[in-house]
Design a protein around this ligand. Structure first.
Ligand SMILES: [Zn+2]
Length: 90
């Protein structure tokens, strides 16, 4: 997934920004922690059959990861812009 070439509101050139897999890495950590916490809580409090876990967490993990990807990339770009960070220079 890539950004649009420039901001439609202010014309900021996005081509110098490249967050790469940063957003995915963020999401893996955050979504993974949330799902693991929820799964542990459900198992310990309700002790459901195994298929309840499969039915809940697989789609939820996929949905959260894909659904939050745009937001995560946007946040990372915002941070890069704020910190004036660019690829390949200090
Ligand atoms: Zn803008």
């Amino acid at each position: 997934m890539a950004y649009a070439p420039a901001c439609t509101a202010c014309g900021l050139d996005y081509s110098s920004f490249n967050v790469g897999d940063g957003a995915a890495a963020f999401l893996i950590l955050i979504v993974g922690a949330v799902i693991t916490g929820l799964a542990l809580w459900l198992e310990l409090s309700r002790e459901p059959p195994w298929w309840v876990h499969a039915l809940l967490w697989l789609p939820l993990t996929l949905g959260l990861s894909l659904g939050l990807m745009r937001l995560a990339k946007g946040v990372l770009l915002g941070i890069e812009y704020q910190q004036d960070a660019r690829e390949g220079r200090q």
